[in-house]
Ligand binder design. Structure first.
Ligand code: FES
Length: 107
């Protein structure tokens, strides 16, 4: 059974916004995407060591501000160059007013 950790409350991340969180020492970008769901993705681009939480949300993707690669928040796969490697994504659960993340990736 996955171990879920509370990261923030629902109100702390506006729709279309992203915050940087530390989940048991792992940097996680917590996204409230345009589809109204919450997504958690490892907070570092796979191209260079850039925090993805400083990027922009576009639909269900998070764009790295440095060179513009976008990562699908559901799979962690880059949808465009220069990044070619996926970034880990984590399961998220919204329980009441709180957002929880499990660091146990399924990939
Ligand atoms: S550092 Fe993210 S795309 Fe280059």
């Amino acid at each position: 059974v996955a171990d879920y950790v509370r990261v923030c409350s629902v109100d702390e991340v506006a729709k279309g916004a992203v915050i940087a969180a530390d989940v048991d020492g792992t940097p996680v970008a917590m996204v409230h995407a345009d589809d109204d769901r919450f997504y958690a993705i490892y907070d570092e681009c796979s191209h260079e060591r850039i925090a993805l939480s400083e990027g922009e949300i576009d639909g269900c993707t998070l764009e790295c501000w440095l060179h513009g690669s976008r990562f699908d928040l559901r799979t962690g796969q880059p949808t465009g160059l220069p990044a070619t490697q996926p970034v880990p994504v984590y399961p998220v659960e919204v329980r009441g007013n709180d957002v929880y993340v499990s660091l146990e990736t399924t990939q």
